[in-house]
Design a binder for this molecule. Structure first.
Ligand SMILES: Cc1cc2nc3c(=O)[nH]c(=O)nc-3n(C[C@H](O)[C@H](O)[C@H](O)COP(=O)(O)OP(=O)(O)OC[C@H]3O[C@@H](n4cnc5c(N)ncnc54)[C@H](O)[C@@H]3O)c2cc1C
Ligand code: SF4
Ligand code: SF4
Length: 448
């Protein structure tokens, strides 16, 4: 019998706005079991489940939901963990591409796949097969970077019997999930638990261990590593290059969020202008607000073009954060070497540019001034490739590593790469997909 279409989704519980002030408690509290099951009931179990194509990792969502509806939670979890190493973390921050392609989305709200998967991972622990690994191959792989790409690579290499050692520059593990995304979206305890689980497979972690010029590829190979995976992310700030960026009170979002996420404190002004429309901008402005500043966003396009996850934009506005659209700063103003404001131009939208979004065009003589004593730029970032001076490596004009078209190997035999360092800032699920592809390619390389 054909299933009845239920157009409206079940909304998750959110921390009330008044309870978010001045603290970093998680905002999205997810579903109860009844709500999760009721949301699963909305799934039509399509013959051609478009949701699966939507997920960059091709997660078998239809089957997970079917198993949940039969109360076979353990089997559903097995499927989840066969794809993701840290489902509790990813299903808090993923832009849920799968929901954009869910067929119900054409007539109503798509099935809330991310929240269903999150409920499972939050409430049912690890599946029994979690620590099952192939016999030890005596092959060693150096994984550089402990972000989602590096963690995924290390975990699935261990599953195939290889020994992975993760070198991490920072004192903490998790990459931008740990030092970019704030606690109110992804609690550190949850991420840490998922990283600790990976250690159960024998993966070794070396925090505070940057791979630098002094530790080149040949040195790593002669130390006994048989292959190397580079998952160094995109951690070099990119600036707008407007006058005043060197004033006191001018900071890049990456530095602002990293300092706060590492130390639990960071200096903020009374009036903080955040420039940008992506996740870094929204996270920075919400952190600044929680730290007591009067913070706001300046964005040169309009709401529909903002790259940030839409629910986070709504949350920010509900928290009382103004977003000034069609506004482009052209100069940071200063007094006594400190930020005192921004000179801006009003913009209008033109024809689509190379990003497919309407090009913002300055309106002549529309200059105006915005008062601010701190400015956070969240425009862009690129990989920090400075330590990677091996002449055999090739880079794109965006400073990302070039890899071969078929596999994710760099021009240096045995050196592979994935995640943000091959495409620029992307998403966690894309980094996971890259990690899984890297494991396939590294395994083939090690099996030669
Ligand atoms: C503020 C912010 C919010 C975001 N929000 C979201 C979101 O909501 N949803 C989403 O899907 N994505 C989000 N992203 C993007 C997402 O976090 C990244 O796409 C993802 O983390 C990339 O994974 P990665 O493993 O390639 O790199 P990273 O997570 O950046 O990890 C790379 C790691 O390599 C380390 N490293 C770098 N150089 C060296 C070296 N020489 N030696 C040793 N270690 C090194 C770094 O310290 C870092 O720990 C956000 C990004 C930011 C900045
Ligand atoms: S990882 Fe993201 S895109 Fe994939 S199924 Fe989960 S929510 Fe959907
Ligand atoms: S596309 Fe939507 S309705 Fe169809 S199987 Fe996937 S989640 Fe269910």
């Amino acid at each position: 019998m054909k299933k009845k279409l239920i157009k409206e989704r079940i909304k998750p519980h959110l921390l009330p706005v008044e309870e978010r002030k001045g603290n970093f408690k998680e905002v999205n509290l997810g579903y109860t079991e009844e709500e999760m099951l009721a949301e699963c009931e909305r799934c039509l179990q399509c013959e051609k489940p478009l949701c699966i194509q939507g997920c960059p990792c091709h997660c078998n969502i239809k089957e997970i939901i079917r198993l949940v509806l039969e109360r076979k939670y353990e089997d559903a979890l097995e499927l989840v963990y066969s794809i993701y190493v840290f489902p509790r973390s990813i299903d808090r921050v993923c832009p849920h591409f799968c929901e954009n392609t869910c067929v119900i989305g054409k007539k109503g709200d798509p099935v809330q796949i991310m929240l269903i998967k999150r409920y499972l991972a939050d409430h049912f622990g690890l599946p029994p097969s979690y620590t099952n690994c192939a016999p030890n191959t005596e092959k060693h792989v150096a994984v550089v970077g402990s972000g989602p790409a590096g963690l995924t690579t290390a975990f699935f290499l261990a599953k195939r019997g290889h020994t992975a050692t993760v070198f991490e520059k920072l004192p903490v593990l998790g990459g931008l999930m740990r030092v970019g995304i704030p606690e109110f979206r992804l609690p550190k305890k949850i991420l840490q638990t998922e990283i600790d689980n990976i250690k159960k497979l024998g993966v070794k972690f070396k925090p505070n261990t940057p791979v630098e010029e002094t530790c080149d590829f040949d040195a790593l190979f002669s130390e006994g590593f048989n292959a190397i995976f580079l998952g160094i992310g995109a951690h070099a700030p990119k600036w707008m290059k407007i006058p005043g960026e060197n004033l006191d009170g001018s900071i890049h979002a990456l530095d602002f969020l990293r300092e706060f996420n590492l130390k639990g404190r960071v200096p903020v002004g009374d009036k903080v202008a955040v420039i940008g429309g992506g996740n870094s901008a929204i996270d920075s402005v919400r952190v600044a607000k929680r730290l007591g500043s009067d913070s706001f966003i300046l964005y040169r396009r309009h709401r529909n073009q903002m790259p940030a996850n839409p629910p986070e934009i709504i949350d920010a506005e509900e928290e009382g954060i103004p977003i000034h659209f069609l506004t482009n700063p052209i100069k940071i103003l200063g007094q006594n070497n400190k930020v005192s404001g921004l000179e801006c131009l009003r913009m209008k939208l033109g024809e689509p540019d190379s990003s497919g979004r309407p090009r913002p065009i300055p309106i002549p003589n529309s200059n105006f001034t915005v008062e601010a004593d701190m400015m956070i730029q969240a425009i862009s970032q690129e990989p920090d490739i400075q330590p990677f001076s091996d002449p055999r490596l090739k880079f794109t004009r965006w400073k990302t590593f070039e890899i071969s078209e078929e596999i994710c190997e760099t021009p240096v035999p045995g050196v592979f790469a994935g995640g943000d360092c091959i495409r620029g800032i992307g998403t966690v699920v894309e980094a996971v997909r890259d990690g899984k592809q890297a494991v396939r390619d590294i395994h083939a390389f090690l099996s030669k």
